[in-house]
Design a protein around this ligand. Structure first.
Ligand SMILES: [Zn+2]
Length: 283
C-alpha cells in the first residue's frame, strides 16, 4: 500500500506530464472504483487545464482551471503510468491497454496518464477547488508531517493523556496525516521509543524528538523515490514504487542497526498489523 513518500513520488512524476497542460481527452472506463465516480467525470475533465498538482496526506489533488479539483487516491494497488511525449523529459511508447486501466487522460502536450487499479480500492472525485480540503476524505486529517503545523508543541499536546500505544497514536490520521505502518515503525526505531509504550506516558522531550525523526524518515524516503523516478524513467513509465532500505520494517530477526545496540528486530502484531522494533534499544 503506498504511503506518503510513494504518493509524493507519484505526484512528482505526474507533474511534468500534467501541470500547465490541457486534458485533451478523458477516458473513464467504468462507473466506479471504491466509490462511484462523480457524474459526467469524463466530460468535466475534458478540456480542463491542470493548474497544479499538490498532495494532501496520501491524496493527489489536481487543481483545474474549471474551478474544480480532481482528488486521486491510489488505494491499495493503484498505479500511475505515464507514457508518450514529455517536453525535455523522456518518451515512452503508449503501453498496450491492460485489463485494469480504469481512467486514461490524454494530455494535449502528448503525454498519457493511465490509472490502473486491480483491486479497485482507489478513488477519484471532483469537487470545487475552494472546498477540496473540506471533502469528507480530507476534512478530519491532522497536519502534514512535513508542514509547519506539525511541531513539538502540537504533538506533545495532542498525545497528552492518550493511553493508546504510540504506534497506534501515530497511525491515527487525525493526529498526523499520511503516516502508515512502515514509516511509523522506522521513526520509532530511530527515536528509540517502544511501539508498545502508551503515548501519554512518554516524556515530553522524547515526544518532541519524534518530530524531526518523522520528518527525516519521510524526507529520506521521498529522496529515494526521486532517484527511483529517474531510474524508472529509463525503464518504464510506472511511478511511485521504489526500493528503500529500512532499519526496522520487514527485518524480523535481523540485527538492529542502531549504533552499539546489538539487539535484533522483533515482529509483534498490534491492532492486527505487524510492528517491527528492537526491544533492546526501543524503550
Ligand atoms: Zn536496537
Amino acid at each position: 500500500m503506498p504511503e506518503l513518500p510513494e504518493v509524493e513520488t507519484v505526484r512528482r512524476g505526474l507533474a511534468p506530464a500534467m501541470e500547465g497542460q490541457v486534458i485533451a481527452r478523458a477516458d473513464v472506463r467504468r462507473p466506479d472504483l471504491r466509490w462511484p465516480f462523480p457524474p459526467d467525470m469524463a466530460a468535466r475533465l475534458t478540456g480542463a487545464r491542470v493548474l497544479r498538482l499538490r498532495r494532501r496526506s496520501k491524496y493527489i489533488l489536481a487543481d483545474l482551471d474549471t474551478g474544480e479539483t480532481l482528488i486521486i487516491h491510489l488505494g491499495m494497488s493503484g498505479r500511475m503510468l505515464v507514457s508518450g511525449v514529455m517536453p525535455g523529459a523522456f518518451h515512452f511508447d503508449h503501453p498496450a491497454p491492460e485489463k485494469h486501466d480504469h481512467v486514461v487522460l490524454d494530455m494535449a502536450g502528448g503525454a498519457r496518464v493511465t490509472f490502473n487499479d486491480a483491486r479497485r480500492f482507489g478513488a477519484m472525485d471532483l469537487v470545487p477547488t475552494a472546498a477540496a480540503e473540506a471533502h469528507w476524505l480530507l476534512a478530519d486529517l491532522g497536519p502534514e508531517p512535513l508542514g509547519n503545523a506539525f511541531n513539538d508543541a502540537y504533538l506533545v499536546a495532542r498525545l497528552r493523556g492518550r493511553m493508546t500505544p504510540i504506534k497506534a497514536a501515530l497511525l491515527d490520521q487525525r493526529v498526523v496525516a499520511g503516516l502508515g505502518n512502515i514509516y511509523v515503525c522506522e521513526a520509532l526505531n530511530r527515536a528509540g521509543i517502544s511501539p508498545r509504550r502508551k503515548a501519554g506516558r512518554i516524556a515530553a522531550p522524547r515526544v518532541a524528538g519524534l518530530v524531526p525523526v518523522i520528518r527525516d524518515v519521510l524526507t529520506e524516503a521521498i529522496a529515494a523515490g526521486g532517484s527511483s523516478l529517474r531510474d524508472h524513467r529509463q525503464a518504464s513509465g510506472e511511478l511511485g514504487y521504489f526500493q528503500h532500505d529500512f532499519r526496522a520494517y520487514g527485518r524480523e530477526g535481523a540485527p538492529c542497526r542502531s549504533p552499539g545496540c546489538g539487539g535484533a528486530i522483533r515482529r509483534i502484531v498490534q491492532s492486527g498489523r505487524s510492528t517491527f522494533y528492537c526491544p533492546r534499544c526501543q524503550r
